[in-house]
Write a protein that binds this ligand. Structure first.
Ligand code: IMP
Length: 434
């Protein structure tokens, strides 16, 4: 049963790329199953820091194949840039190593323009998207009017359809948002060039995954974003437009659940969020600022400062349930070194319908389905734990962690009910406790 699924257990940016890069040494295929170039996966290897948005994080391992799966929306312009950057570092990104599912959908320049225009129109209710055209591209996919990567197999015909689609998008840009339009001919010419370049990489993605699984090879399914950005199970509408949970690996790549042997949820040792929307454990004080600076918490894709807060175990328990987590990977534990006291949220509390009773309602279940207003009324209940002052970046065994750090890790396992099998103690590939 050789499919391993790696998903984000929070709001994205948990360090999944790092975990995928680590696990990739034991697999034959790394397949990305959702999202687009809204994702930013930082991988540090051989002294180089690579920011990958579309190419799966396993690409640095020469002996495996990487697939951009059917569930992904592909911005060809970004993909070509990334391939060139990798090639310049001597990484093989030829068609035998990097494949694009013909069923993946294509992001057009006008999807990006529409994303920006819709955000402006939302005003104070803006989602804070990455403006990469993700929402409009998935909307066109669901409306069955989108172009798929497989259409690039015939570049001239593809270009014609691009021009036609851009004309339709232009009408929306102009009439609905009073925004600037793009030249259909110019976009078509650009996309014709991308099609010529990418056509050799097209593959029947689900057949490839199926064949490898049937042959007993190991497929690593790489998720982008995280649980609370999931279209169905996240903090809607402050979510992305794809399925970011373990189930998304099955639909986004096209294989059945019986092949899944491990589901790994990645979480930071604290919580971050980019963009708008609720965040119960957010720290708007100097502790939050300190975490942002020490942890380098600025968006990989947009450079925006990330909102930072304490670790929320209510969220992690929700992640364990929705994804069926077998394991947790805990990243950036070193960022907490030097904080005197740490807090973790164990539950949420709110006033009852009759506040005069003086009683409070308590839940340990993330209140996901009743909307933002309901979520806003819940306040976290914290447990305080001692911090540690020691630098832990050279620690390679859990037993060698300072006692307070061991307690912190142990408390997470206990509360979430899932073992932590990997702990990140620094940005380098080897700075991990396995
Ligand atoms: P979109 O995916 O660009 O439509 O953005 C929707 C929401 O998801 C916004 O709050 C973004 O900040 C957030 N988001 C999208 N991709 C990522 C990611 O890779 N990491 C963290 N947040 C993300």
């Amino acid at each position: 049963m050789p499919a391993i699924v790696v998903v984000g257990a929070q709001w994205g940016d948990e360090g999944k790329g790092r975990v995928v890069d680590w696990l990739a040494r034991e697999v034959q295929l790394v397949a990305r199953f959702n999202g687009g170039d809204n994702a930013g996966h930082t991988v540090v290897a051989q002294g180089h820091t690579l920011k990958l948005h579309l190419v799966p994080s396993g690409i640095l391992h020469p002996d495996l194949v990487c697939l951009i799966g059917a569930g992904v929306v592909v911005n060809p312009e970004r993909l070509v840039v990334e391939m060139d950057e990798l090639a310049a570092l001597g990484v093989d990104v030829g068609p035998s190593r990097l494949k694009i599912s013909a069923a993946a959908h294509v992001i057009l320049s006008t999807h990006r323009a529409l994303d920006g225009a819709r955000e402006v129109a939302r005003g104070r209710g803006a989602i804070g998207t990455t403006k990469r055209g993700i929402g409009p591209a998935y909307a066109d996919k669901a409306a069955r009017v989108s172009l798929r990567a497989g259409d690039m197999a015939n570049p001239e015909q593809f270009a014609e359809r691009v021009a036609e689609t851009v004309r339709g998008h232009n009408r929306s840009l102009q009439e609905l948002y009073g925004a600037e339009t793009l030249s259909p001919e110019q976009v078509a010419a650009e996309y014709c060039a991308y099609a010529r370049r990418l056509e050799p990489h097209l593959a029947d993605g689900s057949a490839l995954v199926g064949e490898m699984l049937a042959a007993g090879e190991t497929v690593l399914c790489e998720g982008a974003q995280g649980l609370l950005l999931d279209l169905d199970h996240g903090t809607y509408p402050y979510v992305t437009s794809s399925s970011t949970v373990a189930g998304g690996a099955l639909t986004g790549l096209g294989f059945g659940p019986r092949y899944v042997s491990r589901v790994i949820g990645v979480t930071k040792a604290y919580t971050t969020r980019v963009g708008a929307g609720p965040f119960p454990t957010e720290l708007l004080d100097e502790v939050g600022d300190r975490i942002r600076e020490v942890g380098g918490e600025y968006g990989t894709t947009t450079g925006r400062p990330r909102r930072c807060g304490w670790l929320d175990l209510v969220i992690l328990r929700y992640a364990a349930r929705i994804n069926g987590l077998d394991e947790l990977a805990l990243t950036k534990l070193d960022v907490l070194s030097g904080l005197e006291r740490l807090k973790v949220a164990l539950a949420y509390e709110r006033d009852t319908a009759r506040p005069e009773s003086g009683r409070r309602e308590r839940t340990e279940v993330f209140p996901a389905e009743f909307g933002l207003e309901s979520l806003a009324r819940w306040k976290p209940v914290y447990e305080e734990l001692p911090g540690w002052a020691e630098d832990i970046s050279e620690v390679r065994s859990r037993d060698d962690l300072p006692p307070a750090a061991r307690e912190y890790v142990g408390r997470i396992e206990e509360w979430v009910g899932v073992p932590i099998t990997l702990i990140g103690v620094g940005p380098e590939r080897e700075q991990a406790i396995v």
